[in-house]
Design a protein around this ligand. Structure first.
Ligand SMILES: Cc1ncc(COP(=O)(O)O)c(C=O)c1O
Length: 384
């Protein structure tokens, strides 16, 4: 596995860590029962994805390519390269956040036996029916649900072969770090994961301590002020090296399951906040991608994606709205992160290119209250 340089961390605003779930010690039976069917814990979501891709590649011929969406979190590129897979990018669907599934059957991607579908901002990705993909295109599907409310302790609810989640900063039900992979073929994957990766340290007590500080730092006032500090470069993309894959102890999975269960009870409130944010969007000048709008109405979103009418409008909003939690997310397409010129990216991946240049995302977390919403509404009105 080669170490890989990668990019980006996003704005730290997000949900609080629920401390109570961390402070209850895991019972012996919680630690000894095999953790919810097939989940393995890793040091981060990136590592969990890298492990999933490694596993998928070992089923096929290793060292081939993997189909990735042309716009997504750059961490997915890191995971692919770290396990020796070359990214083959596929464009998004017009007016949606997800990758065009036609890419799975395209002769251009005939050398790829794995594809990663990402639930961007928590938007549920369209899935081919299970079995259909493997039978018709011989592609192993990896469903990256890092930005979704999915994980150990919940129904997997995906037709993919492998599912990846993250509990890093800014993710729903965050534990400030860690990730997990679920495999449909649970026995095979657990054995593989146990054999290959060293187990890192994790303690609920030290996570709780860090979480208390984090919860304090992400208060709206503190965040607004912190986001303005120029030397923090918040929202900026940075180079980052993916360390070796490590696993986390079983106790992490127990706490992750508890955190998610407690967080799920907040689902109705999250949906209400997402829809309240969606109502602020003047329909004549902005568009919410249709798949995101659908998930917003059913379970709410991690952030609300909004497409501006042009790049200037998006830039204007971002330059004035950072302290209110407006973020451009990744700002460019993944092929551009890998060195492709903007002109070539615009030609090869026109939908993803336009998406990357006109997208802004609005916060939907619990601390984004009526006052912030009102300021955002005024800003959106001024941007027209
Ligand atoms: C879609 C997606 N996959 C994977 C990751 C990596 O997760 P982590 O930050 O836990 O390494 C992220 C992180 O933002 C992500 O958004």
């Amino acid at each position: 596995m080669r170490p890989v340089t990668v990019f980006s961390r996003q704005t730290p605003a997000g949900e609080s860590v629920l401390l109570r779930q961390l402070l209850v010690t895991a019972r012996a039976d919680e630690l000894t029962t095999p953790m919810p069917e097939g989940w393995s814990a890793f040091g981060s979501g990136t590592m969990a994805l890298a492990a999933a891709l490694f596993f998928a590649a070992s089923r096929h011929q290793p060292g081939k390519s993997v189909i990735l969406p042309a716009y997504s979190c750059p961490d997915i590129v890191a995971a692919a390269l770290a396990v020796g897979l070359e990214p083959a990018f596929a464009d998004l669907v017009v007016d949606q956040t997800g990758m065009n599934l036609a890419a799975l059957r395209s002769p251009l991607n005939a050398g790829s036996s794995i594809a990663v579908l990402v639930d961007l901002f928590g938007t549920r990705h369209e899935m081919p029916v299970h079995g259909e993909t493997a039978a018709t295109s011989r592609v192993t599907l990896v469903h990256d649900r890092a930005q979704s409310l999915a994980g150990p302790g919940q129904e997997v609810d995906s037709a993919a072969d492998l599912v990846v989640v993250s509990r890093g900063r800014g993710k729903p039900a965050t534990l400030l770090g860690g990730g997990a992979t679920w495999a449909r073929q649970a026995d095979e994957f657990s054995a593989f994961a146990a054999a290959r990766f060293p187990v890192g340290n994790w303690s609920a007590a030290s996570t709780a301590l860090r979480a208390a500080l984090y919860n304090l730092a992400t208060q709206p006032l503190a965040f607004g002020a912190v986001a303005q500090l120029p030397f923090l470069h918040i929202g900026e993309t940075k180079l980052r090296t993916l360390p070796a894959i490590t696993r986390l102890p079983q106790s992490w999975l127990v706490h992750a399951a508890r955190q998610l269960r407690a967080w799920r009870s907040e689902c109705a409130a999250r949906r209400a906040r997402t829809l309240a944010m969606a109502e602020l969007i003047p329909a004549n000048n902005f568009r919410i991608p249709s798949d995101a709008l659908q998930t917003a109405a059913s379970e709410g979103l991690n952030r609300l994606p909004v497409m501006c009418s042009d790049t200037e409008q998006a830039r204007w909003l971002i330059s004035r709205g950072t302290s209110l939690g407006i973020s451009p997310m990744y700002g460019k397409t993944l092929p551009e992160f890998m060195g492709m010129s903007a002109t070539d990216a615009a030609l090869a991946f026109p939908v993803a290119y336009r998406f990357s240049r006109t997208l802004v995302t609005l916060p939907t977390h619990a601390r984004c209250g009526p006052r912030t919403r009102q300021s955002l509404q005024e800003l959106l009105r001024d941007a027209q």
